[in-house]
Design a protein around this ligand. Structure first.
Ligand SMILES: [Zn+2]
Length: 284
């Protein structure tokens, strides 16, 4: 009897399109870690082979039928839309990264959104951190923070600074994180460019990726945060990283588990709410 597409079918199709596009959207930040030398027509060094495959995989995904179909539908839908809706994909994705399944209880709806943010407000020191002041800042930071250690990292002892500066942040027995900094064009302050997490004893370079899924997931989460706040300060990022001291013991504030039911990953999301950090699984 039904001749037209039912609302249920079109909703399912829309959910499928949103799912594949969201998936792709969250893969893109990981490409920011790939060194630009990969795009030059020079022979690929064996150490970059993994990055090359990663780049090619994302290219294949973009060209795949589900993505192309989802993009086509989105374009057609936008063309038909007369409301001049200029949506912000970052904000939309943050608000509802996962669609609720029909039998799930109340989905997470940003409880007390007003006091929730990705980064806490900076305490008393609002001065932009310049490159010249970084070494002294790191020294003072280490004196003030006992749970973690931070130091300037160089690939070799003689390496010249160049444009990028890298910090190595360590919480013993929990994680090691490379924070790559760049100069803001606006006020010459240092801002965070990329953040990549590793196991505490992994011997890896900043542009590589951890062998462990938990640190890969954490790197993706940190990349999302940086993408949402492209000019996030060094001070704010170090504050967030300290919140991962309980990475393997903090319970998710939504499902109250340490390990997620899907993937058995600890909660890698940290949200600043009511003056403290709340842990959450990516999918909760
Ligand atoms: Zn959870």
């Amino acid at each position: 009897m039904q001749t037209e597409e039912s609302p249920h079918t079109s909703l399912t199709a829309l959910q499928a399109h949103l799912h594949v596009l969201s998936d792709l959207y969250y893969r893109i930040p990981a490409l920011r870690h790939i060194p630009p030398v990969l795009l030059k027509p020079s022979p690929i060094s064996p150490t970059l082979r993994e990055e090359f495959h990663k780049l090619r995989d994302v290219g294949d995904i973009i060209r795949s039928h589900p993505i192309q179909e989802a993009l086509r539908v989105a374009r057609d839908s936008l063309n038909l839309d007369s409301s001049q809706l200029n949506s912000n994909p970052r904000r939309e994705n943050r608000k509802r990264r996962r669609l609720p399944s029909p039998d799930s209880p109340q989905p997470y709806v940003g409880i007390q959104r007003r006091s929730t943010s990705l980064f806490p407000p900076l305490e008393d020191d609002h001065d932009p951190l310049t490159k010249e002041a970084l070494a002294e800042y790191v020294c003072q930071w280490n004196q003030d923070h006992k749970i973690a250690k931070t130091h300037l990292w160089r690939r070799t002892r003689d390496q010249e600074d160049g444009q990028l500066t890298t910090l190595r942040f360590i919480i013993p027995d929990v994680l090691m994180v490379y924070v790559t900094l760049a100069l803001s064009t606006a006020n010459a302050a240092l801002v965070v460019e990329t953040v990549t997490a590793f196991a505490p004893r992994e011997k890896k370079f900043p542009h590589s990726q951890s062998d462990y899924i938990v640190y890969q997931t954490l790197s993706q989460q940190l990349a999302r945060m940086v993408q949402s706040y492209p000019s996030v300060s060094v001070q704010s990022m170090l504050g967030v990283l300290c919140a991962y001291k309980g990475l393997f013991v903090d319970r998710c504030t939504v499902c109250e588990r340490v390990l997620s039911t899907e993937g058995h990953i600890p909660p890698v999301v940290r949200i600043w709410r009511e003056g403290q950090w709340w842990a959450r699984h990516v999918g909760c």
